[in-house]
Design a protein around this ligand. Structure first.
Ligand code: DAH
Length: 365
């Protein structure tokens, strides 16, 4: 290689000089017989490489004040050559010549909210607009939070391993400390009351687990939204008014509610809530089995035994037992999100919600 002699070391002259070298390197990449390794040797070779020769020749003859200007341009050229070599796939074979930047790019598919997440967020939203805040709790629970503090007697059938998925190897621990998959979101009522003093208005969305065989209406994993309201002077009328408003806000103002006596260990009295059938408006159809009503959730007034359990545990934790049953009362409710989502979107098989099948999920985008 013959290095042209430079006599003019002005910036313009240096730009022209390095511009030509840059062009020369680019040209050789586009040459028919381009070979990456000989290109690398030709330009970057330690002894005979062009960059080595250029720096030797230029820096020797240049006046001291031009050295910085030469160094900058030299480094930029070297960097560019290294980049070309690093972008291997552009240099291998013919691909550099055939890179077609006008081809459509690889598109990224936009995701959509899962129907369960969407339904859960809508339910939570209804209560947030009434001043409720949102609470969360763990899916792996202890027997204490899932059962004991919620006033389930020791041999209550809901504790039975038939329904509860228990964590293996817990036999050595006291019963209340044994780990299990929570069977409902109600344990978060206890966790919340241990952390906060009344007044309390909370909704708790979440995943729950039961040892149920999967069929069109059962899944071993499903979702609930729990509610808890504790304050002075909370009555059953507050419970009725709150849930009636929530159902109208969620399903439409034409919906009616009715309350039936029921039983839950942690509420007294307890009730099941039905709404007028959203499909037939209450006239009677196949969906409501001709009754005109659909059962939707469980609720009740917080049992004083629950407040007592909370107070006792608070004392053990060194906290004040502030849930004074003579002064405060509360209501609670819990609903299954999956069934509500299935009703709302006309989904006949709960398994579809957990299948991850894109053909199903895309319909909610
Ligand atoms: N935890 C109950 C269940 O899973 C649902 C429930 C009923 C929650 C009544 C409540 C309640 O908070 O008051 O079946």
């Amino acid at each position: 290689m013959i290095i042209p002699k430079l006599t003019d070391f002005s910036e313009a002259s240096l730009d022209q000089y390095f511009g030509a070298l840059h062009e020369e390197a680019r040209q050789s990449i586009e040459d028919q017989g381009f070979d990456k390794e000989s290109f690398r040797l030709d330009w970057l070779g330690r002894k005979q490489g062009k960059l080595k020769q250029i720096s030797d020749a230029l820096l020797k003859s240049a006046p001291p004040e031009a050295k910085r200007l030469i160094g900058q341009r030299f480094n930029a050229l070297k960097e560019q050559i290294e980049i070309w070599l690093a972008v291997e796939h552009l240099l291998d074979g013919d691909s550099a010549k055939h890179l077609d930047v006008t081809l459509p790019g690889a598109g990224r598919r936009v995701g959509a909210e899962h129907p369960l997440v969407k339904t859960m967020a809508e339910i939570v939203g209804v209560f947030q607009r009434m001043g409720y805040s949102v609470g969360l709790g763990p899916e792996v629970e202890t027997d204490f939070y899932n059962f004991e503090a919620l006033n389930f007697p020791p041999n209550h059938p809901a504790r039975d391993t038939q329904d509860t998925l228990v964590v293996a190897g817990q036999e050595g621990r006291p019963l209340r400390e044994r780990l299990l998959m929570r069977t409902h979101t109600s344990p978060v009522q206890i966790r919340s009351m241990l952390e906060q003093a009344p007044p309390l208005r909370l909704v708790i969305p979440g995943k729950v687990h039961r040892n149920d065989a999967a069929d069109a209406t059962h899944s071993p994993v499903f979702h609930q939204v729990e509610g808890l309201c504790v304050d002075t002077n909370i009555t059953f009328s507050d419970l009725k008014g709150t849930l009636d408003h929530a159902m109208k806000a969620f399903f439409g103002s034409a919906v009616k509610t009715r309350f039936f006596p029921s039983f839950f260990p942690f509420t007294e009295p307890s009730a099941d809530v039905q709404i007028s059938c959203i499909f037939c408006g209450g006239k009677g159809c196949r969906k409501c089995k001709q009754s005109g009503w659909i059962e939707l959730l469980g609720c009740g007034m917080v049992d004083p035994a629950v407040f007592e359990a909370v107070n006792q545990r608070r004392l053990e934790m060194g906290r004040e037992p502030v849930y004074d049953t003579r002064r405060i009362s509360g209501f609670a409710f819990g609903m299954g999100v999956d069934r509500i989502a299935m009703m709302k979107y006309g989904i006949s098989d709960i398994g579809l919600l957990y299948s991850g099948d894109m053909r199903f999920l895309e319909q909610f985008a």
